[in-house]
Structure formats: structure tokens, C-alpha cells
Ligand binder design. Structure first.
Ligand code: ADP
Ligand code: MG
Length: 397
């Protein structure tokens, strides 16, 4: 689950990670009032969307309206907010269709002496979280990693111990941070690592992390992704979820307890088990096709879930064919067959359908399908099924 910058900064503040004063605004007037309330000469109006690159991105059809705008008066803050609110902002992370801005964050201006990068992710190979810092703040870190990896400095830390003082000292040396700024880092970096662990983050990224003219260290940006599997431990975070920022079909799927990820291809897949779903997608690609989604209905899927899964698949206009690949374990083939028949009645299959069933109650399941009037292309095994759906979908498209 992702959250907005302003929400992340509020959590940072509570965790003792320094941020600037800021106020959320949902209209031009609110932005102007926020500017007055902050009371400084300079404020920054920042579009709030779940994507980075806002500073360089701009509103669709208006290259002059950037996603992060400096305002030197209440009127400038109002104009910036009005130029962003309700508009679609396109950045390198949103795709060409952009993302609608529903709120802006009006933040106090900052006297930036240096822009650094700080990010924490889980290093699966090391089985530990890793803190990464770089002098190349404000840049795309993926680019830095590719072109000048030596400029990214890493420190793995034990989640139970946190980041240790000697590790901070080493990183400061590499970043050329001394004096009071180094003292600030001694508080800032361990606090961020604690934050990452305490909230079960997948990613916590501050780009840029700034050192101010008077040697303070401040998080000027906040990009946080929480591990969904740990959200049950953080009920308070669920309130921060912004469904408007998420892919609607994925929200629908998660409400039905399905694991669904929308992809770019044209073959809808309905599979039980994540491993089987991955190999089904592989074999579709191997046979020259492109999967339209990853969909795992789970081991214990019931008829309602499977029917909803078909609805989600078929509501994607890109889907030109559906491949059902079920290995009945706890979920019986008869359940899937029943849901398939139900879905064909309530949703209707307008595209070719290939079904491969194996496992628990397979004979009964196949019999149900054979006796129904659902139009199915039969397949002997998964390779045969993949070949057939790729061919059938190509004819539709
Ligand atoms: P994004 O990463 O989405 O482009 P950032 O929050 O990193 O958005 O802002 C982009 C740039 O805008 C920063 O690199 C920084 O130079 C500038 N900026 C952001 N917030 C402030 C602020 N409060 N004061 C001064 N400059 C800011
Ligand atoms: Mg940034």
C-alpha cells in the first residue's frame, strides 16, 4: 500500500524524522490561506499523487504547469493550486494518461545547501533491510544505480538492532558530511531505519534528503510503500489508503480476496495458486501471447470469488481470450466449473475460453462443463491450452 507525501511526512514527524511545516489544500482559497498561515516568504505547492517525478512532470496539455511550484505570495499559491487541482499530472512514473490531482501540499520553503538521496528497501539476498544513501539527491536513483553505482553507499542493518552509530559515521564520511550536519545524521538515519521496521515498510525513500544552510537534515520528499501482508498489525494505516490512486480492478479484486495484478497483454488468466499463475503466464508468453493479468483465486476459492474474478477479467476491454488453468486441491474442480457456468449466465463470455482442469473432482467438473451450454475450447494439457488460447485471441484481435 502506498500513501501520499503529506501523510508520510506526518508519520515521519511522529517518528522524530525532521520535516517542514505543511498544510493540505483542496482548493485555491485553501492554498492561499495555507501560504498565509505558514507565514514565510516562500512556500512550495506540491501535487499529491502516488507517483514521483512531480517536479519535472507537468499537467496534461500544459507544459508550464509543473507538479511542484514555488510560490512567493498567497496569490501565487492559489494560482499554482488551481493549475493543479482536478487536472491530470503526467510524470515519468504515471504513464502517458497521468494521474488526477485531488489535493496539494503547501509546504514551507527550504534553504537547500545540499540535496542527498536516502532509501531503505528489503535486500532479500541478505535477508535484511538495507539503507542506501547517495550524494546524487534529486536525481532518478535508478539512473544513478545504472550509470554510477559507486555513488550509492549501502548499510545493511539488523531489524532488531537498527542502524548503529559506526554505520552512520561511515556513511557521513562517504557523503562528505561533517560538523553539525553529521550530528543531525546521527539522529536522522537511525530514526528512519526504525521507522522502516516499525511500520513494516517495503520501501521508504527520501529524495531529496536535504542539508539546510544551517546544517539541519530534513526530509523534503517522502515515498513510502507498506507491506500489505503486515497491514493487519497497523490498523491505523488503513485510514491512509487512497483508493482513488489505485487501479480500480485491483481494488475490486482485493475486496473479493483475490490476488490480481493488471498487465498489458490480451489473454486473461484465471488460476489457483501463485506459482501456477506465474508458470501459466510464462507458458502463454512462450507460445507467443501476452497475459492481460496475474490472477490467483487462491487455494480455497469459493463460487462467489471465482464469479467475481471472471467479472473483473471480462471487464478489461483488452482481454481477447480467457485461459482458465485450475489444479483442484482444496478448491475443487466442481466449484470452478460451477462458477464458470454461473459467470457465463450472469456475465457472458464474449471472447474465446480455454479451460484446463485437473485434480480434485476433475471428472465431475468436466462433466458439468460438458453438459452446460458454455462454449469452451477443450485442451488436453497446459501447453495445448496455451497454444489454443493464443491462436484464438489472435483471431479476435
Ligand atoms: P518529486 O520527487 O515528485 O519530483 P519532490 O518532493 O522531490 O517531488 O520535489 C521536487 C524538487 O522540488 C525537490 O528536489 C526540491 O528541489 C524542490 N522542493 C520540494 N519541496 C521543497 C520545499 N519545501 N522547499 C524548497 N524546495 C522544495
Ligand atoms: Mg522526490
Amino acid at each position: 500500500m502506498k500513501i501520499h507525501e503529506y501523510q508520510g511526512k506526518e508519520l515521519f514527524r511522529q517518528a522524530g524524522v525532521p520535516v517542514l511545516e505543511g498544510i493540505v489544500a483542496r482548493s485555491g482559497d485553501e492554498a492561499a490561506a495555507a501560504y498565509e498561515k505558514l507565514g514565510g516568504a516562500i512556500a512550495v505547492v506540491k501535487a499529491q499523487i502516488h507517483a514521483g517525478g512531480r517536479g519535472k512532470g507537468n499537467v496534461i496539455d500544459n507544459p508550464n504547469q509543473k507538479g511542484v511550484v514555488l510560490a512567493k505570495s498567497a496569490d501565487e499559491a492559489r494560482a499554482a493550486a488551481e493549475g493543479l487541482l482536478g487536472k491530470k499530472l503526467v510524470t515519468i512514473q504515471t504513464g502517458p494518461e497521468g494521474q488526477t490531482v485531488n489535493q496539494v501540499f503547501v509546504e514551507a520553503g527550504c534553504d537547500i545547501a545540499r540535496e542527498l538521496y536516502l532509501g531503505i528497501v528489503l535486500d532479500r539476498a541478505a535477508a535484511k533491510p538495507v539503507l542506501m544513501v547517495s550524494t546524487e539527491g534529486g536525481m532518478e536513483i535508478e539512473k544513478v544505480a545504472e550509470e554510477t553505482p559507486e555513488l550509492i553507499h549501502k548499510a545493511h542493518f539488523d531489524p532488531a538492532v537498527g542502524l548503529e552509530a559506526f554505520q552512520v559515521r561511515k556513511l557521513c564520511k562517504k557523503l562528505g558530511i561533517t560538523g553539525n550536519a553529521a550530528k543531525a545524521a546521527m539522529r536522522f538515519m537511525p530514526a528512519m531505519c526504525r521507522f522502516y521496521v516499525d511500520y513494516d515498510c517495503e520501501l521508504a525513500e527520501i529524495n531529496p534528503l536535504v542539508i539546510t544552510g544551517d546544517d539541519q537534515m530534513i526530509a523534503l520528499d517522502a515515498k513510502i510503500t507498506f507491506d500489505n501482508n503486515a497491514l493487519f498489525r497497523h490498523k491505523e494505516l488503513l485510514e491512509l489508503r487512497d483508493l482513488g490512486e489505485e487501479e480500480p480492478s485491483e481494488v475490486r479484486a482485493s475486496n473479493a480476496g483475490l490476488s490480481y495484478v493488471k498487465l498489458e497483454g490480451n489473454i486473461g488468466c484465471l488460476v489457483n495458486g501463485a506459482g501456477l499463475a506465474m508458470s501459466t503466464m510464462d507458458i502463454i508468453k512462450y507460445c507467443g501471447g501476452q497475459p492481460a493479468n496475474f490472477l490467483d483465486v487462491g487455494g480455497g476459492a469459493n463460487a462467489e470469488q471465482v464469479t467475481e474474478a471472471f467479472r473483473i477479467l471480462l471487464s478489461d476491454p483488452n482481454v481477447k481470450g480467457v485461459l482458465v488453468n485450475i489444479f483442484g486441491g482444496i478448491a475443487r474442480c466442481t466449484t470452478i466449473a460451477g462458477a464458470l457456468i454461473e459467470a457465463s449466465k450472469t456475465v457472458g463470455f464474449t471472447v474465446p475460453l480455454v479451460v484446463r482442469l485437473e485434480g480434485t473432482e476433475v471428472e465431475e467438473g468436466r462433466k458439468m462443463l460438458a453438459e452446460s451450454d458454455v462454449d469452451i475450447i477443450s485442451a488436453v494439457d497446459i501447453t495445448d491450452a496455451a497454444k489454443k488460447i493464443v491462436a484464438a485471441a489472435a483471431e479476435v484481435a
